[in-house]
Design a protein around this ligand. Structure first.
Ligand code: PMP
Length: 439
């Protein structure tokens, strides 16, 4: 009897009605099958066959408080009793707006939306309207959502659908069916490379509206910026009249309550936040200085969305902030310690068992890579990792009751503590002995 029988059967059933059988293309990549979930609580998720897993996927990032957090759920239920959405204004918007402007150093004002993709769309629009320029500089290995305006391929098993089919641009779109004209406004550069940045911005600043970057390359190796790189990017963009957008959809609330820009002490012009902000409820925001955000008030930049700022989402955002602010931010510090202990432990357990690995950790997030190198600090090196071996590792961990993303990125929540770390490292030890040693 297959251990994942229920999930396999349900996936087959879903395929009859749901395109591709899953609701977001990435989810199909899970091996041995896309799992169906019965319920989840704390750090634990239970599949349709009744197996329980320690969850380090955390729904791709939003669940910073873990699953079904009691305080969070209470606030959501309380909000629901008053109605889910009004298409009109309510106090929750004011309260969350005020809290975010208090918490995020870059935020004089915020604009709400429902997903990271939408927040990035708005930020790009603001930048273009503000500068009256068109081009956007983005970086290899970063991900900014799946809108036509910014989605480009990057060679990762997670994003394998891209096919260069038409057009003469050297930028490969993220998917078939994507508008080519929008990608003509994109300039792709290697990240952590100050010379490449300086050369392009200096030559083309008259047509570049914005540079958009993840402050930590979480989507490809959890790579930190080189010392001075982000400061240099800030200086150069300011000098050349280019808007600097930090995409903090992953780092927001993780690298600190004030995001990576608070942690690094740098002020971007615009910041996008999502995922953890809603704690599992659809919510994202653009935060920025008043001078740029006023384009929305003036009506020169349209910001739309039926469900924007709905009562459920603002209650979620406020609940997450309240929980993370407890004990003077100790919750986040604990989470970061857990991630540190786990990443150190995984590195040493795998190393002891003959595997060559690099584990990059920053804040409560880390990336595990099987690779014949001592460090991974750029996208080209990241692409040398053994993805097949990692797939085997992830699949073997699943059998041991540990759920991780197939691409190597691990998220830690406030529900993960010492007990969970210990259990996880024992499972990693068993798996390390089982899987083949890196050749
Ligand atoms: N920006 C970054 C940095 C992300 O990691 C993601 C999602 N992984 C997005 C934007 C898009 O967010 P969403 O999936 O909520 O549209």
């Amino acid at each position: 009897m297959n251990r994942y029988r229920q999930s396999i059967d349900k996936f087959q059933e879903a395929k009859a009605y749901v395109a591709g059988g899953v609701a977001s293309s990435l989810r199909v990549s899970m091996k041995p099958a896309p799992l169906y979930v019965r319920k989840a609580y704390g750090a634990i998720i239970q599949d349709a066959d009744g197996h329980e897993y320690m969850d380090y996927m955390l729904a791709y990032g939003p669940l910073i408080l873990g699953h079904a957090h009691p305080g969070f759920n209470e606030r959501i239920l309380e909000a629901l009793r008053k109605g889910s959405t009004y298409g009109m204004q309510h106090d929750g918007e004011i309260q969350l707006g005020r809290r975010l402007t208090e918490i995020l150093p870059c935020a004089e004002q915020v604009a709400f939306s429902g997903s990271g993709t939408e927040a990035v769309m708005l930020a790009l629009r603001l930048a273009r309207a503000y500068t009256s320029k068109r081009k956007i500089v983005r970086f290899y290995g970063h991900y900014h959502g799946w809108s036509d305006a910014i989605f480009t391929s990057f060679p990762s098993p997670d994003f394998s659908s891209a096919r260069p089919t038409e057009g003469n641009s050297d930028i490969v779109p993220g998917t078939n069916g994507q508008s080519r004209s929008s990608l003509q406004d994109i300039i792709l550069l290697p990240w952590n490379d100050p010379e490449a940045l300086e050369e392009t911005l200096t030559q083309h600043h008259h047509e570049i509206a914005a540079v958009i970057t993840e402050p930590v390359m979480c989507n490809s190796g959890c790579i930190a910026p080189k010392p001075g790189y982000m400061e240099f990017m800030r200086e150069l963009t300011s000098k050349l009249g280019i808007v600097l957008i930090w995409d903090e959809v992953i780092t927001g609330f993780r690298m600190g309550l004030g995001g990576a820009h608070e942690r690094f002490g740098i002020l971007p012009d615009l910041v996008t936040i999502g995922k953890a902000l809603g704690g599992g409820i659809a919510l994202s925001a653009v935060a920025g200085n008043r001078e740029m955000m006023r384009l929305i008030e003036e009506g020169t930049v349209m910001h739309l969305g039926t469900l924007n700022g709905n009562g459920l989402s603002t209650a979620a955002g406020l609940a997450v902030i309240e929980e993370l602010s407890k004990e003077d931010g100790q919750v986040l510090k604990d989470m970061e310690n857990t991630a540190l202990r786990l990443s150190d432990g995984i590195r040493s357990v795998l190393g002891r068992n003959g595997h060559q690995v690099v584990v990059n950790q920053l804040g409560p997030v880390f990336h595990v890579m099987f690779i014949d190198r001592t460090e991974v600090n750029d996208f080209d090196t990241f692409n040398l990792r053994d993805t097949n071996l990692y797939t085997l590792f992830a699949e073997a961990l699943l059998h041991e009751g540990i759920l991780v993303r197939p691409n190597g990125l691990w998220y830690v929540s406030s529900a993960h503590g010492e007990k969970e770390t210990e259990k996880t490292l024992l499972a990693v030890e068993r798996v390390a002995r089982k899987i083949a040693v890196h050749p």
